[in-house]
Every structure is written in C-alpha cells, then in structure tokens.
Design a protein around this ligand. Sequence first.
Ligand code: PMP
Length: 386
Amino acid sequence: PVYLDNHSTTRTDPRVVAAMLPYFSEIYGNAASVSHRFGWEAAEAVERARTRVAEWIGADSKEIVFTSGATEANNLAIKGALPALKRRGDHLITAASEHKSVVDVMKRLGREGWNVTFVPCDETGRVSAEAIEAALTPATVLVSIMAANNEVGTLNPIREIGRLCHDRKIVFHTDATQAVGKVDVDVQVDGVDLLSLSGHKIYGPKGVGALYVRRRDPQVRLQPLFDGGGHERGLRSGTLPVPLIVGLDKAVELMICDKAEDSTRIRGLRDRLEAGIRGRVPEVQLNGHPTLRLDGNLNLSFAFVDGEALMMAMRDVAVSSGAACTSVEPEPSHVLRAMGRDDEAARASLRFGVGRFNTEDEIDYAIDLVAESVGRLRTHSAAWSA
Ligand code: PMP
C-alpha cells in the first residue's frame, strides 16, 4: 500500500528514531532530577530541543512549553489565556474551518458564557484579515486562526491578522501544526502571541508538541490545564518525555536542513498527482486555494461518485476522505461545509497528503487507482450516465 496521508500523520524519520533511542535506555534520567548526572544529561537534551524549537519560529527558549501535541497546546493556549483576560472582555474570534481541537474548545467556552464568533472562510478555505476585522468588538480579547488548514491546505494571512490583533492589544493564537517548517513562521514578524505545533506532522514522534507563549506581555498570562510538580515554568506539570522531546528536536533540525529540497520535490509530486488525475478523470473539483496552499496537499471532489464507495475502492492508497474524517464522527467534513461545498461533494472528496518519503512510482500508482475507481463507480451512477 502507498501512504499519501501525511496531513494525518507522518512516518517518523529513521534519523529521528536513531536520535531518540539512547534516551530510552542509556540517558534515561528525569530531566527534573538536579542531583545527579542522569538528570543533568536529560535536562541538557531538553534545553537543546527548547532552543532549537524557539529559534525555528523566532522565539526565545524561555517561551517554549513542551506538551503532548497540538491538541493539548491549543487547549492550553486558549483555555489558559482566558482567566487573565476575563476582566477586559468576553468576546473570542475563531473560524469555522479550524481543527476540532480549536472549534470544540471554543464551543465549550460558548456554553460556559463566553461570546464566540466563528467567522466564515471563503470558498477556498481562506480566512481574511477583513473578516476578522469585521468581527471585532470592543470586548474582543482573543483571536485564534490556524496558519494552514489540515484538510485543504489553504494558508491564512497570519501576518495581517497578527498585526491587526497586535495593534489592538488582542491576544493572537495560531495553530501552526500543519504550517511550521513548510511556510515561514516567525512569531515576532507575524505578531503571534501563542503558537501550537506538533511532532508527528513533521516526521517526529507522536505524543509531543509545543506551545510558544509570548513573554513579558501582561496580556499573555496563562493558567495551566493541570496542577502538579510545576514543570515547564508551572504551565505544564508532568515528567518530561525526554525521548520524544529529543525526537522533536531532531525532526526540527531535519525540517530546517531539508526544507528547500523537500518543498520542491513534494510540490512536484503533488502537481504530478493532480495533473495525472485531471488528465484521466473529468468532473474533478479542487477543494482549497489554487496557489496559497501547502506543498503536499491535494483535496479533490469527484462528481457522480458515492464517497463511501470511493473510500473503499481506494484501500490500497492511504488517503483521507471528507466522508468520514474520524471514525467517531461520520459526518461530512465541517471544513468543506464551511467552504460552501454541499454534503455530496464533501463526501465524495479525497485528501491526498504528499510527504518526504513518497516516490514518483507511488504517485503514478495512486493516479491509476483513482482513475480506475472513479471510472468504475461512475458506470454505476444514474446521474453520470444521464
Ligand atoms: N491542529 C491541526 C491543524 C492538526 O492538523 C492536528 C492533527 N490532525 C492537530 C491540531 C492535533 O494535533 P495532535 O495530534 O498533535 O494533538
């Protein structure tokens, strides 16, 4: 089978695995143990990682909090920021096209009495700075907008939105899980106060991520999600997963080294995939922005095809479908809906995510399978024959 689901998760790079291994069985100390070498060496590795992640996004190492991933980072950013902001106002802004780990946090806050505006995205999935500006009220205290969408790959104008917020002293959080390492992200230039990222989207291990928290800013004073030993400057108690953090460090190092080469190659493969499918399959619609999009992303809707049947037919190529984004929630994708796609188009969509380890042969195999599957399914479609 061919793996083309790199927005969902990526294979851990073998170089990352190699870097992690000694931290399981040789350098296994607790990074919080200050009295012996086992602890010091673990702590040193953690601080090296912290510095690397910070420099990568234009931050200071004291501004990085390690978490279990982006879901936790998003929860900590938004829920953590609100107690300090409550006096100033009760209005929050996000977008309908955000990841569930932002959308559902915001929905909960809405039930708890916060006033939440979900701004619409346009038909390409993009959230404009104008839409954010139009939603602002004097009570707005926090805006959360993702840097790149995980389903359609569309890039948002983070810098414009960040500056808009910065000028008004509104806290700006961005979920940059899909964007970091692929597009330039700099928390200073972009005016970002809180930024979430995750290891397993960048060829690092699952179960580790980070939150950037702007320092020396009275607006940005986070409360932790849980209490305990006071690790991570009191913001994230719990023994640090040193091997995972070392893995994140290595993954970031590789993202930096390989960026230009990966980007060109991945984009080339993605374009080959799109051209190949379009050359053989009529009535295909692109979901996402034609140019302002992640290199590896291709999200297509196939008219006159049943989404579930298409997904079944694609079993030898791992992709995601707008039909059943997660097995626990077999609803058509909320992102495609927010972009104005009807339920049928949303269901009959496939998300391809090309990554570092894909080859031309794999792309060609995927093109063949899509063309054959869609062709066969359409012969069963009355509407297609009509
Ligand atoms: N945000 C975005 C944009 C994502 O794509 C994902 C992963 N699907 C997450 C958040 C959640 O990340 P994690 O798996 O690290 O919790």
